[in-house]
Design a protein around this ligand. Sequence first.
Ligand SMILES: NC(=O)C1=CN([C@@H]2O[C@H](COP(=O)(O)OP(=O)(O)OC[C@H]3O[C@@H](n4cnc5c(N)ncnc54)[C@H](OP(=O)(O)O)[C@@H]3O)[C@@H](O)[C@H]2O)C=CC1
Ligand SMILES: O=C1CO[C@H](CO)[C@@H](O)[C@@H]1O
Length: 326
Amino acid sequence: MSVRFGIIGTGRITRRLVADLQSTDNVSVSAIASRTDERARWYADQYGIANAVTGYQELIDRDDVDAVYISLPPSLHKEWSIAAANASKHILCEKPLALTTDEATQIDQAAKANQVRWLDATAWLHHGRTQAIASAIADGRLGKVGHISAAVSFFQPFQSGDHRLDASLGGGCLLDLAWYAGGLIRFAAKGLPTKVFASAIDDSEIGSGVPQRVTAMLWFDDNVTATLSCGYDTATRKWFEIAGSAASVVCDDFTRPWADKPARCWIHAASGDVQQLAYEGNQEQEMILRLIGDSPLDSLQCQAIDTHRILDALAESIRLGEPVSV
Ligand SMILES: NC(=O)C1=CN([C@@H]2O[C@H](COP(=O)(O)OP(=O)(O)OC[C@H]3O[C@@H](n4cnc5c(N)ncnc54)[C@H](OP(=O)(O)O)[C@@H]3O)[C@@H](O)[C@H]2O)C=CC1
Ligand SMILES: O=C1CO[C@H](CO)[C@@H](O)[C@@H]1O
């Protein structure tokens, strides 16, 4: 039976994911909700969605909605994820899952109490290439992983009304972009750091009051270290390196490997041999299929909550100006 999605919010990323939802097997989109009648109608007309709904709770309460895609500024993710869980609707919530670990845990608990499935919409985790990297780590091809680096930047000059630069809406590159880099580091290190040290630059001249650039070091057990760099004041870069004793994985575009671009992920062996990792699949559709499937989601949910633990620790280190234990 088809799973009927309702979409909450009419922002930029909705324009992309609506097509993935509409083209995934056994999924349909039955309604879209906005705070305003006009925007809901515009979106419904534009994307061929049968029902335009004014108000998010009104969408959640509909009988023709089995699952919601929440695409709102981060400060609203907890409230609307929990509202959906309480109405027994499955949840695909945009990244970051919430503002803090505590909020993320509240979403998880509400979902479990209501027996609904949830995922954060961190699509790179669902790419076939991510599984290939996990296998290369697990089967020893990299040798002992020693260091992980991850950098995610987009040049985003201040624009009035952009939630990314609005502290009250959960803006700032720590939650927005370190979500990707911190998540990649957690994925490659297979766990949490023991200690982190982070600093942030907030260019208050443009009045945002949120981190515009974050630089951090992370220490793990067994002499594994990591570096993270994220910012709104440097041009687009989305790369990582996982350096092992026998080989390194290098990837220069990990958040969004488009189908029309060649794979950009390589294993560099100590022998000098360079192997390109194969590209396959649509990561957004894989993510949606996982959410509506019946296989356990615990490890993906743990990845999201652990990513919040890392971001909380980075925020605390920035606040104190010194390293903090995790
Ligand atoms: N997975 C990915 O690749 C990406 C994920 N994202 C994530 O998606 C989420 C949304 O980002 P994006 O689409 O860029 O956001 P936008 O600012 O473009 O849209 C957010 C939507 O939220 C609704 N909204 C409700 N309350 C507010 C408020 N107080 N201020 C502003 N908007 C409000 C609005 O819809 P309405 O008024 O119609 O109800 C608005 O259109 C974020 O969590 C972001 O991190 C963003 C880009 C890429
Ligand atoms: O997740 C994201 C990826 O792309 C954007 C850049 O346009 C980010 O700011 C965003 O929130």
